[in-house]
Write a protein that binds this ligand. Structure first.
Ligand SMILES: O=P(O)(O)O[C@H]1O[C@H](CO)[C@@H](O)[C@H]1O
Ligand SMILES: Nc1nc2[nH]cnc2c(=O)[nH]1
Length: 281
C-alpha cells in the first residue's frame, strides 16, 4: 500500500495516466483494508498495459485507489513474485507505477516464516533491514539499463527502511495494546516457491535473519531507488521448521489462515501508521 501525495490524486486522470482499457470492478477477493477505502476506484491488473497478472491462490489482482480515513492511498491487491515466472523487474513494476502517480511513501507488508526463536505466530515484525539473497545471484530489479528519471545507477540501500517510521510504528503498536506482538528484525526474500530446508534455515540463522519470505525486497529496492520513504513489516504466519522431527510441514494454507485471523489488527495498525505519516509530513 502506498500514500499518494496531497493534491496529486485530484485531477489525476487515471484512465489517461494508465491508458486503462477497462474499468470493470474486481472486488470478489478484495482485502478488508482496500475494501474499507472510501471513494474507491479499482483497476484489474489485466486492464493495465504490460502489467503482470497475479497467479498465486490468496493473492488478488487489482490496483485500488481511494481514501483511508481521508488520506489518498493506492493499494495493490495481490503482488508479483519471482516464482510466478516473471523477471524480477516486472515483479517490481507496480512500484514504478506508484512513483509515476505521485506516491512518496510505501508501506510494504508480507507474510513470512519466523526464524527467530522468540517470534510467535501472529507477531508483527517491523523490517529494519533485509538480506537480498536473489541479489547475491545477480537477480536485482535494477539490473539492466538505468532509467535516470527514477534514480541513480548505483543507489544506496543501507537505510532503506525509514528509522523514524520504525520508531513510530513501535509506539503505535504499544498504544494499540499489541506491543507484545511487535518485533523488529531482518527479513530475507528467497526465490521460492519451495519452502526452506532445515539446512538452509540453519545457514540463514547464522546470517542474522529473523524472518523468511518470497517478496518485498525487490519492491523496496525499486522504491528506495526512486527516493520513496519505505515502511515495511512481516506478519509471522508460521514458525520456520528448523528440525527434522517436527510434525507440521510449512504450508501455504497456514499462511493464509494466519493472515485472515490477523486482518483486523493489521488494518488498524496500517491505518494508524498512515495517519501518523500524514500528520508528520
Ligand atoms: O510475501 P507475500 O506475498 O506476503 O506471501 C508469502 O506467502 C507465500 C507463501 O505462503 C509466498 O507468496 C510468500 O512470499
Ligand atoms: N520462504 C518462505 N516464505 C514464507 N511466507 C510465509 N511463510 C513463509 C516461510 O516459512 N518461508
Amino acid at each position: 500500500m502506498a500514500l499518494i501525495s496531497k493534491g496529486r490524486i485530484k485531477g489525476l486522470d487515471l484512465k489517461k495516466e494508465f491508458r486503462i482499457r477497462s474499468m470493470k470492478p474486481y472486488s470478489s477477493f478484495a482485502s478488508p483494508l482496500a475494501e474499507s477505502l472510501a471513494d474507491k476506484e479499482c483497476f484489474p491488473y489485466d486492464s493495465v498495459p504490460n502489467f503482470p497478472v497475479s497467479t498465486v491462490p490468496g493473492h488478488r489482482g487489482q490496483l485500488v485507489f481511494g481514501l483511508l480515513d481521508g488520506v489518498p492511498v493506492m493499494c495493490m491487491q495481490g503482488r508479483f513474485h519471482y516464482y510466478e515466472g516473471y523477471p524480477i523487474c516486472k515483479c517490481a513494476m507496480p512500484i514504478r507505477v506508484m512513483k509515476m502517480v505521485g506516491i512518496n511513501y510505501l508501506i510494504a507488508t508480507n507474510a513470512a516464516g519466523g526464524l527467530n526463536e522468540k517470534y510467535k505466530v501472529g507477531d508483527i515484525m517491523i523490517i529494519k533491514d533485509h538480506v537480498n539473497f536473489l541479489g547475491f545471484a545477480g537477480v536485482n530489479p535494477l539490473r539492466g539499463p538505468n532509467d535516470e528519471r527514477f534514480g541513480p545507477r548505483f543507489p544506496a540501500v543501507s537505510r532503506a527502511y525509514d528509522a523514524k517510521l520504525r520508531a513510530a510504528a513501535m509506539r503505535i503498536g504499544k498504544e494499540m495494546g499489541i506491543g507484545h506482538q511487535i518485533q523488529e528484525g531482518v527479513y530475507t526474500c528467497l526465490g521460492g516457491p519451495s519452502f526452506e530446508t532445515v539446512a538452509e534455515l540453519a545457514a540463514m540463522k547464522i546470517l542474522g535473519i529473523d524472518a523468511v519470505g518470497m517478496s518485498t525486497t525487490y519492491e523496496v529496492i525499486v522504491a528506495c531507488h526512486s527516493g520513496m520513504t519505505v515502511f515495511a513489516f512481516s506478519l509471522i504466519t508460521n514458525k520456520c521448521v528448523t528440525t527434522y522431527d517436527e510434525e507440521v510441514m510449512p504450508n501455504h494454507e497456514e499462511v493464509i489462515q494466519t493472515g485472515k485471523e490477523n486482518e483486523e489488527v493489521l488494518k488498524a495498525f496500517v491505518s494508524r501508521i498512515v495517519q501518523h505519516i500524514t500528520q508528520n509530513s
